[in-house]
Design a protein around this ligand. Sequence first.
Ligand code: G6P
Length: 608
Amino acid sequence: MCGIVGYIGKKTHGYDVLVDGLKRLEYRGYDSAGICVMTDKKTKTFRSVGTVARLEEKVGTPIDGVRVGIAHTRWATHGKPRVKNAHPHSSGKIHLVHNGIIENYQQLKKELIAAGYTFTSETDSEVVAHLIARENKKHDFAEAMYRALGRVVGAYALVILHEDYPDTLIAARNSSPLIVGIGKDAYIVASDASAIVSHTDRVVYLDDGEVMMVHDGAYTITNLRGRKKTKKTHTIDVDTQKAERSGYAHFMLKEMHEQPHAIEDAMRGRIILADGMARLGGLNSVEKRLRTIKRIVIVSCGTSYHAGLVGEYMLEEYAGIPTEVEWASEFRYRKPLIDAHTAVIAISQSGETADTRAAVREVKQKGGLALGIVNAVGSTIARETDAGVYNHAGPEIGVASTKAFTSQLAILTLLTVYLGRQRNMSMTMGKRILSELRKTPQAMTHILAQHDAIKKIAKKYANATSMFYLGRKYNFPIALEGALKMKEISYIHTEGYASGEMKHGPIALIDKDFPSVILAPKDSVYDKTLSAIEEIKARSGKVIALTTHGTKQVEKIADDVIYIPKTLELLTPLLAVVPLQLLAYYTGVIKGYDVDKPRNLAKSVTVE
Ligand code: G6P
């Protein structure tokens, strides 16, 4: 949520580094973009509403001779997407970009207005610029910044420059992610590694309450009171190619097609088929403790929450461990009962979602075991949990999550076998699940090849204003996920529902213009699902049914049918979600929307 980049270096290509970084971070927000660069001790600031491409148009000829600069791509929190609210924000000679929310900004704003400062934006961020400027009247840049941050309550990743200090760049973090890339002749500070990897693979992850200052080519890291800290540098291994569209019309399309590969990567080295066992190296350190776990709580948001719901069915049925799933945003505001026998699993693609992070902190505070299923290597949740499993799905750029979701399901299957085999699961059952899991990439490839048929269905229903997505048992969460995908990128009002609950209210909405997507694979609840289809058809509702190859009844009653290959019931979600992703994708494209940048959304939600 908001992407920020800062550059300081000997080379004068800062403008290119900043703009390239912004483009890579654009998935974090695209309400507005801005840049402030310094050449010959003078700053130039450009800001525009919309995408980075529009900012570039505004700048015109790329700016040469930039040794220091900051840039921002915004997801609006305080203040509409207007130029005046776009970052960077300035106060005199101080310019900054901010990601996060300053919670006490109204109080600070009042105080600063009374002191004579004029605000030009509606943002919370501008107060920080004025606070630093006020302190800077008496103190140098660094001291002014420390004093100003001492007044700020809330979440921030900040990169700040000062016209009188052309050899200095300051970055500070509290709750919002910030990584420093350490190059040979330059430093790049960014919200995530994607803006850094093409320049250097050496990074320092800033933690909460840390400040990084680059001055005259050297850097120091301190706490918020200026006390120096020593930090480890890490080498990151990110394949930059994976973050390119590689000929696909959209990242979402590319990422859907990458799913078979992502599942292979999630399984690689983790299956010991002969023993029916899963090997999860990231859990080695807590292996003994996991044997004593009597309850699991999964916390996550959005699509990751839906993966958690599938995990609940798997873990209860096959590992025999009572499992609950909670939106992280709710979990932390209840009084969660966590004891030494509870494991909390945070599922997060980005590893930076503010609510999921806060839930992890709450668990650790209560002495519980916090585990992570995280895709972004080195992200905050990956670092803050006690142990965990990486997805290895590679960067996911499309705002609507696809490959991260199916890879989360693959990891949850492995975890089910891992925990199940620690308990009562037989070797035969372990083998069965794992050998079927190994077949899913091929089955997915088969489904993806049906894209033309799915596109036709999308065309037929693209003008619907509302749709139901219904499923039962393992595919109830897939109904929720299918509905979410459709609403995210096609803006059709959709509702995901448990098909058995339809009769208790929602069915009142059904008429000939209100189609339903029904998940009806040949599983243990197949007959019940057939009845749900009949009930909708009896009320003139149109039905798009998703079923397993070889089932004949569905074809007779549904208006349109999409087929998936046969697999074990617990693995049907992994396959069933793929056509629903395609259906949402093609509907969004047919309706002329930019599916990679759906309105009002951001990929990484780093504010609460
Ligand atoms: C945002 C994204 C969703 C994602 C959710 C959770 O809302 O748009 O696609 O599922 O955050 O993100 P996480 O990175 O924690 O999985």
